[in-house]
Design a protein around this ligand. Structure first.
Ligand code: ASP
Ligand code: MG
Length: 262
C-alpha cells in the first residue's frame, strides 16, 4: 500500500492512557504498528486528574482572594508545584534524557503562563474565559509529552494546535463548535502535513472567533476526536482507555456494571 493511500484513523488517548508511564509508552507501540497500514491522527487528554486539579486549584485561588491576596499566592504556589511534580516525574521516567530536559523547559513556560493567569484572577477577578484558559493547561502539558514519547520511538509526531483547529462560540466551559469553520480549518491544516507526520492534538480545547481559548465541557476530548474523525473522513475512531469495552456504568466504581456486547 502506498503511503498516501493509507486511510486516516483517529486514536483518542484519554487521561488514563496518558497518565501513567507504562501506558504512555504503549501509545508509541500502538502508533508504530498502526502506521504501516493507516495514517494515525491522535487526540489526547490531560494526564488523569489534572483538569480537575486545575479546576479545584482555581476555585481555591478565588476563595483565597476573598480572604487575602497573600493566601492566594500560597494556593497558586501549591498548585504549580503539584503540576510540576506530576509532569516532571512522568517525563523523566518515560522520556530520553534529552527529550525530558526539553520537555521540562516547555513545562516551565506553561506553568509561568498559568501563574500569570492565576494572578490575573487575583488582581482583577474570576471570569469564565480565564477558567477555560486555566483548564486548557492540562492538555497543553500532555500533548508535548506524547509528542516527545513518540519522537523518542522514531515516530514523526508533531503537535497540532487545537485552538487553531476548532472554532467555537464564547460559551466558556461548554463551548459550541462552529462546524463549518472548524471543518475548513482542520482539512486545510491536514493537507499541509507531510504524509509520514503523526499529528497529536489536544482534546477538549478550542478557541472562539477572537482567539480566546475555550473548552468543550468535561470529557470533551471524545467530542474533539469524533469531530476530527468526521472532518477527515476517517475509517475509524478508537478510544484507548483502561476499560475493555463499553459498560452500563464505570466498572471501577460500580460492581454491577455490565459489559455491552452490542
Ligand atoms: N481533560 C478533560 C477532562 O478531564 C477532557 C477529557 O479528558 O475528555 O474532562
Ligand atoms: Mg475522559
Amino acid at each position: 500500500m502506498s503511503a498516501s493511500s493509507r486511510p486516516v484513523v483517529v486514536m483518542k488517548f484519554g487521561g488514563t492512557a496518558t497518565g501513567a508511564v507504562g501506558r504512555m509508552r504503549t501509545i508509541g507501540a500502538v502508533v508504530r504498528q498502526a502506521q504501516a497500514s493507516v495514517r494515525p491522527v491522535l487526540v489526547v487528554s490531560a494526564l488523569s486528574g489534572v483538569t480537575r486539579r486545575l479546576d479545584r486549584g482555581l476555585q481555591a485561588v478565588v476563595a483565597a482572594r476573598e480572604a487575602s491576596g497573600t493566601a492566594a499566592d500560597a494556593v497558586i504556589d501549591t498548585l504549580l508545584a503539584d503540576l510540576k511534580t506530576r509532569h516532571q516525574t512522568q517525563a523523566r521516567e518515560v522520556l530520553s534524557e534529552a527529550a525530558a530536559s526539553a520537555y521540562e523547559e516547555d513545562l516551565q513556560e506553561h506553568l509561568e503562563a498559568l501563574r500569570l493567569r492565576l494572578h490575573t484572577v487575583v488582581d482583577t477577578g474570576f471570569t469564565p474565559a480565564l477558567r477555560d484558559a486555566v483548564l486548557a493547561t492540562g492538555e497543553q502539558l500532555s500533548v508535548p509529552m506524547v509528542v516527545a514519547t513518540l519522537q523518542d520511538q522514531e515516530v514523526a509526531a508533531q503537535a497540532g494546535d487545537a485552538t487553531a483547529l476548532l472554532q467555537t462560540d464564547a460559551t466558556y466551559g461548554e463551548a459550541n463548535v462552529h462546524l463549518e469553520v472548524s471543518k475548513a480549518q482542520v482539512t486545510d491544516w491536514f493537507a499541509t502535513l507531510p504524509d509520514e507526520a503523526v499529528p497529536v492534538v489536544a482534546g477538549f480545547v478550542g478557541a472562539d472567533a477572537n482567539g480566546a481559548t475555550t473548552t468543550l465541557g468535561f470529557e470533551g476530548s471524545d467530542y474533539t476526536a469524533a469531530l476530527l474523525a468526521a472532518f477527515l473522513h476517517a475509517d475509524s475512531l478508537t478510544r484507548f482507555t483502561d476499560v475493555d469495552g463499553i459498560y452500563t456504568a464505570d466498572p471501577s466504581t460500580d460492581a454491577a456494571a455490565q459489559r455491552l456486547d452490542r
